[in-house]
Ligand binder design. Structure first.
Ligand code: UN1
Length: 524
């Protein structure tokens, strides 16, 4: 297949892709309910307590059964990773890169199977799911290639001039030790694979803790790591609730570094606890967003509306990159809102694993009820032009389906202008001029993604002034979503992230390493 799958090409895939996905989906659906073990020290680990996973598309579909790990499992995983670190970190980086690339290629080979699993488990549409699994492989490969391009990050420095001596100086980047990766529900495989792949390429060993009850994708990913022949203890998987397994992991003093992807509330809580250790440790936080799309009166209306629609409602608004606020210059406001409502009313909603449907289910009961509460609050404060209700027709009452929702006329000091909802709800407001819109866009604790539609000169002004880590101008494929490793780097400013360097970009891999300056002196 010559088609290169990304989040921007996924809107127009070849038919062959659908056939392969349908076959993989049919096979999985005929064999639902598989039990997946944890993976510790190169061995499958089963616990006495289990956790059953059901689909948000239809809660009677028992998808898989996972282990409800314990604090002991967590500690065993860290001990295994610690024991594996000396050999892995001193394995020549070329060998590590070769193994990790093999790992990524195994994921690619199973892209249809893993994406069908993720579509069923998260309730995302097939193209989003296929995109995610291809992205998982690409995020790993990007890190591996970067290691090669930088020759393992050994850099010759200038040699200081000392009479009668020759001083040879190099800078070397080295891994830290056991790296903990805590991954989220919405991109359960890609947002595990990115940190895991980079941590491993760098020479760390890893303990992976996915979002509770959502381990199908990562369990299949672990199978790929096994097939690739990663040595025992190098990559470990522990599943179970954050309150037990998660806490045991973050409290384990042998954890040398952490990558957390999830909400700002949970992330900051772990980060604060981690700061109580004896000395500082690297902590990469990827948190939420309250992302703006800003529309100038000079925007191309159709591009702005289609791009905003995709980013507001793709994956049911459950992306940290989702657009949840749109500010439109007065002259274009009415036409923009009208077109957004038309497009939203035309969305195909239903079982998102089917080719026909674009818009699927929200993740769980809590999200379903949150949606009802936020909708009621918006109805009270302003006007809901479309949506605001949960959906029950055509079998949707079997899962967690909420209508894509557009709210207007909500006072600008309303709490939902600044609260991350993580749901298919977008708020739109008119602005007198772009300066006013920029002020509103930047006046939040978050700074993840942002989109702009307008003239080229205005776009430069937008890039200059917007406080966000991943930004786009005039992109109909998505106003604020759809970053792809190697094309767009992805990361947040302010409350959206701690690293100041983005995933899928040139500065990400070095976050997993610490520098050592080596000076060797000889008499001349
Ligand atoms: C997220 O939005 O939760 O840019 C993660 C995007 C994707 C996903 C990012 N790479 O939309």
């Amino acid at each position: 297949m010559t088609f290169q799958l990304t989040y921007t090409t996924m809107h127009n895939p070849p038919e062959e892709l659908h056939e392969k996905f349908d076959n993989a989906l049919a096979e999985l659906k005929a064999n639902l309910g598989r039990e997946f073990p944890m993976y510790i020290n190169g061995e499958d680990r089963y616990s006495t307590e289990k956790q059953k996973a059901f689909s948000p598309i239809n809660t009677s579909w028992h998808l898989a059964t996972y282990q409800k790990g314990t604090a002991k499992d967590a500690d065993d995983a860290v001990a295994a990773a610690k024991a594996a670190f000396p050999a892995w970190s001193t394995t020549p980086w070329q060998e590590r890169v070769a193994l990790i690339k093999k790992f990524a290629h195994h994921i690619e080979e199973r892209v249809f199977e893993i994406s069908a699993a993720v579509a069923l488990e998260v309730g995302k549409n097939r193209m989003e799911a296929l995109g995610e699994i291809q992205e998982a492989a690409d995020l790993i490969l990007y890190g591996a290639n970067l290691m090669e391009e930088n020759n393992g990050f050994t850099i010759e420095m200038d040699n200081d001039p000392i009479d009668d001596f020759v001083s040879t100086n190099i800078s070397v980047l080295k891994p830290y030790g056991v790296w903990l990766v805590i991954s989220p529900f919405n991109f359960p495989t890609a947002l595990a694979a990115g940190p895991v792949g980079n941590a491993l390429v760098a020479g760390n060993t890893v303990v992976l803790k996915p979002a509770s009850g959502l381990s199908w994708g990562v369990s299949l990913m672990i199978e790929c790591a096994k097939e690739a022949g990663l040595p025992p203890g190098v990559l470990n998987l522990v599943t179970g609730p954050g309150s037990t397994v998660g806490n045991a992991l973050t409290e384990n003093s042998d954890i040398a570094g952490v990558t957390f992807t999830g909400s700002m509330e949970v992330g900051m809580d772990i980060y604060r606890k981690f700061a109580n250790r004896k000395f500082p440790h690297p902590f990469i936080l990827e948190m939420g967003g309250k992302n703006t799309t800003l529309v100038s009166k000079n925007a191309k209306l159709e591009d702005a509306a289609i791009g905003s629609l995709r980013s507001a409602f793709g994956l049911q608004g459950q992306k940290c990159s989702a657009t949840s606020r749109i500010f439109v210059e007065e002259d274009l406001y009415e036409a923009f809102v009208k077109r957004m409502v038309e497009l939203t009313n035309g969305l195909k909603i239903g079982d998102p694993t089917l080719q026909a449907n674009w818009f699927g289910a929200v993740i769980n009961k809590k999200a379903y009820y949150d949606f009802a509460k936020f909708s009621a609050d918006l109805k009270k404060a302003g006007t809901i032009l479309t949506g605001g209700n949960q959906l029950t027709e055509n079998g949707m009452d079997q899962g967690y389906f909420c209508a894509p929702t557009i709210a207007v006329d909500v006072p600008i000091d309303h709490y939902l202008w600044k609260t991350e909802m993580f749901l298919p709800i977008v708020m739109i407001a008119p602005i007198k001029n772009l300066d006013e819109g920029m002020k509103l866009a930047n006046d939040v604790d978050y700074g993840l993604t942002a989109g702009f539609y307008g003239s080229e000169a205005e776009s430069e002004w937008f890039f200059e002034n917007i406080e966000a880590g991943t930004t786009y101008a005039n992109r109909p494929q998505g106003s604020s979503t759809g970053a792809w490793p190697g094309f767009q780097t992805f990361g947040g400013w302010k409350g959206s992230g701690s690293a100041g360097k983005n995933g899928g970009g040139p500065y990400y891999l070095p976050l997993y390493m610490r520098e050592q300056s080596q000076t060797r002196v000889k008499r001349a």
